[in-house]
Each structure stands twice: as C-alpha cells, then as structure tokens.
Design a binder for this molecule. Structure first.
Ligand code: AMP
Length: 281
C-alpha cells in the first residue's frame, strides 16, 4: 500500500491509473476507522481494480464551536486497517496542502443542506461538498462509496455529482451497528460509559418508529412523538432534531405516502450522534 501525502502526487498517481484504463474505487473518511468504514472499503474493493482510501479530518466542515481538535485520531491503526483491507493507496493530505491560504472557491448545495444537520451546523455541508469535490479531482475515482449513516450527506453528494456532472458512480453502503444497535461512529469513542449506555436510545427511537409505521401509523407528528419519547428516557440525551422528510427532496412530510427518511440528531455532553431509517409505504 502506497501512502500519499501531497495532493499533486495523488493526482499524478490517479492520472496514471486512468490513462492505463484502470478503474479506481474511492472511500473518503476522516479516519479513526471502524467496521462501518471497512464495510465501505470492502464494497469499493470489490468494484474497482485500484482502491484509494483517504483519511483527512477536514477543518472546513467543522464550525468554530465544534469538535475539530477533539476529533479522535489514530494514524497507525488506520494505516494498518487500510493495508489489511487491501487498499492500494492511503491518501492522507495535510490541511495546509489541501487549501491555499487564500482559497476562495467553494461548492454550495442550496436546497438539501437547508434542513436537518444544516440548521445546527451552518457551513458544514459547504465544507463537505467542497472537500469531496476536491478529493474527486485528486483521486479521479470511477466509483466512490458513502455510508447511509450520513443520510443527508449522501443525498447532497448525489445531488452535487448530478448537478456538476462528476464522472463518478456513487454507491451507498448500509449502516453498520454495534451489537446493541448503536450506529458505529468515530465519535462514539468520546462517549463516557454512562453516555455510551444511553446512546442506544437513538436506535430504540428508530425501532419504535419502524414498529408504529409497520402497524399502520402514517402521521409524521405521531411518529416524531414516539421517537421523542424513546430518546427522552435517556437523561443525558438532548434532542437536536427528529425529522421525517421526503427521502429525495428532504422536504418535511406530514403524511407518509412516499419513501420517507426519519433522521435523528442527539447531543450527549461528549458527542453529537446521528442515526436514521427510511420508511417505505
Ligand atoms: P467519516 O469518517 O465519519 O467522515 O465517515 C466516512 C464514511 O463512512 C462516510 O461515507 C460515512 O457515511 C461512512 N460511515 C461512517 N459510519 C458508518 C457506519 N456506521 N455504517 C456505514 N457507513 C458509515
């Protein structure tokens, strides 16, 4: 496995691969890899001749009050896991080399970013779109894999690829969970034991919503209330949002008649957690 640090070296390698006719799979991550990331890596590995994994904690997608400096990092472990998973390249640029000091161009998605995490994390999706666009230009992937864990991010990247004609196929990977249902996340490492025990409330809320939906409940407010009840049983959990939105447009829904994304964000004292499920009538 090659480790590439410089954006220009990354692009040179990618151009060589593409000129030679090789397909390139790509999994962008912020590192501190877990089984969720590795499921993306395996999917990409199976779909391309060359596989690039990036580890880059992108400063521009964190607001000043967010956890950029506290974001968990473990370079040695990430390197070993990428090697074991069969990556050909681990791309780990430094922020100073990714962004010119006077960088002034970014990618703004104007509709899907407005709600859900976009409300409490202003600027977050501009940071995400811009870094993913840059990574696509450096890695030149034929196929890129993203997780359904970050449902809004996935839909925004799909929109960006469609609207800006990026020549890349996107593949979505299902959410990988711990045995007790908590969606795997690098941020889980920051939870105290007490918070970790209570963090199962997100999955329990989604379970309750899915059960009510299966029994025929179609009223979004009623489902939101059910989710709220489940989360409020965890004393350390503070609800950021519980939303039911159209799975494509991410517009709020009142009655569930189309595939609907039920998305949650919950603040614990040590970390903000998200989870989601899609309800299909
Ligand atoms: P991150 O390192 O958090 O930026 O995540 C990198 C990629 O891994 C994103 O496409 C995430 O959606 C995906 N991912 C993170 N956690 C999970 C999970 N538990 N299951 C599936 N995909 C995940």
């Amino acid at each position: 496995m090659k480790i590439i640090r410089h954006p220009t070296d990354m692009q040179r390698w990618a151009l060589e691969q593409r000129r030679a006719g090789a397909s390139v799979g790509f999994v962008p991550t912020m590192g501190y890899l877990h089984e969720g990331h590795l499921s993306l890596v395996r999917l990409a590995r199976a779909r391309a001749e060359q596989l690039v994994v990036s580890v880059f904690v992108n400063p521009t997608q964190f607001a000043p009050n967010e956890d950029f400096t506290k974001y968990p990092r473990d370079w040695r472990r990430d390197e070993r896991l990428c090697r074991e998973a069969g990556a050909d390249v681990l791309f780990a640029p430094r922020a100073e080399e990714m962004y010119a000091h006077d960088a002034s161009v970014s990618v703004l998605e104007a509709r899907l970013s407005a709600g859900l995490c976009g409300v409490s994390r202003p600027g977050h999706f501009a940071g995400v779109c811009t870094v993913v666009a840059k990574l696509f230009n450096l890695v030149l992937p034929t196929v890129a894999v993203f997780g359904e864990k970050d449902a809004q991010q996935l839909r925004i990247i799909q929109r960006m690829v469609r609207d800006l004609n990026f020549p890349v196929e996107l593949v979505a990977c299902p959410i990988v969970r711990e045995a007790d249902g908590l969606a795997m996340s690098s941020r889980n490492a920051r939870l105290t034991p007490e918070e970790r025990a209570q963090a199962t409330c997100l999955r329990r809320a989604l379970d309750a919503v899915e059960h009510a939906f299966a029994r025929g409940e179609r009223d979004a407010d009623a489902l939101r209330k059910i989710a709220r009840g489940a989360i409020e049983r965890a004393p350390l959990a503070r609800i950021d949002y519980i939303e039911l939105v159209d799975d494509e447009s991410l517009d709020p829904v009142v009655l569930i008649e189309q595939p609907t994304l039920c998305a949650l964000a919950v603040n614990f004292p040590s970390a903000r957690l998200i989870d989601n499920t899609v309800l299909r009538p």
